[in-house]
Design a binder for this molecule. Sequence first.
Ligand code: PMP
Ligand code: GLU
Length: 429
Amino acid sequence: MFDVSINVAWMKRSATLAINEKVNALKEKGETVYHLGFGESPFPVHPRFQKALCENADKKSYLPTQGILSLRKQIASFFEIMFHLSCTPEQIIVTPGSKMALFDTLMALDGSLMLPSPAWVSYQHQARLVQKETHYLYTSFEDRYLVTPTLIEETVEKYILRKKEQKILLLNYPSNPTGQTYSKSQLQALADAVYEHNLVVLSDEIYALITYNGNTHHSIAEFCPDRTIIFSGLSKDRSLGGFRLGLAILPKNETIINSILAFGSETWSCTAAPIQYMAIEAYKTDDELLQFIRDCTKIHETVTNYVAHRLLKAGIRCHEPQGAFYLFPDWNSYREELAKKGVKTSEDLAFHLLNNWNVATLPGSEFGRSTKDLTLRIATVDYDGSFALKKYQENKDLVEKDPEQFVNGIAPKVVNACNQLEEFTSGLL
Ligand code: PMP
Ligand code: GLU
């Protein structure tokens, strides 16, 4: 018998990874499941990344905890070219996934956490693991679930947070789970609030390049560079989640950089050597690689827009997406009808859809909403990415001319999931 420490006894398997394992187990049993539960970009490993990985299979030594200099130089150049953000290699820390970078930073920084609701599942649990108090910023559907300076002000007052004390504000844009992002002027206004309330921003920009309508992503670091830590990595726009390479870009502050590195050196030591060498290729900015990212983004945009429009047509409240590959639809207007079926919480709703309609989703409660808020997080990536990319590259015009036909051709399971959600919702009336 083992006694588990009270520091972790409260934990369960992360909801995103757990639903994925559950769906895979159901599929192995031969069941049909439309998988809107897990957000993994489905596109193939670019041949150049595969080649770079093979060429570096002999790299077996432990590397510096911060990451190899040649990679950090390449990353600095990538951020300069893609986002006009200047940083030196000394400001960059390469980690085994950005999840690790976020955890280490939360561990290293003093102050309580101001966390938007809804927000990605892991932030709240990581904060609890490092015994950080969390104050939720309850955003609204009407504000497109975006944080506003007023909401920051109100939350600071509500929890009587002292002005002089450092507080941590977490922002994630484009957002998992809402698919929404901030404009330049909204970020400028938030940056003013950062200085006003003595905040440090953890800016999770891992979906930055999956910004729709050809819009350019802006970072809050443009407006408060001395207060912002950016998180990013290869998991989303280059579809390399399982390669586990993330990063943090910090202000020029040796104390925080050294604290994170000290922690990293005692825990994960360094990011896998072949992956770091491969990543030098993945952070290049030549036309071929940028076109690959743009093509994948266009497909995410087309499929996610399709799902949003189908949901809206079915009478489900939902915002038009602006980036990433998620939607956060809302069944609150069907509260009474759902209660008759015994569905009273977002967990009930997700459970009901999986058991009766074969559609896997995650409940809004996993993303920090109250259980009574009948919201779900939907990921729009249940299709064969290699096939989709091939079809898109063969006939790019089709996506503009007839996006519905394109989605019908490449993502039949997503289309079926929409049919199921439509039928379920219309049956409520
Ligand atoms: N932030 C957000 C918002 C995410 O959706 C994810 C992936 N689920 C991560 C961070 C972590 O990504 P990784 O650890 O693969 O870099
Ligand atoms: N980004 C994914 C999601 O939110 C899964 C990976 C993870 O949570 O680490 O579904």
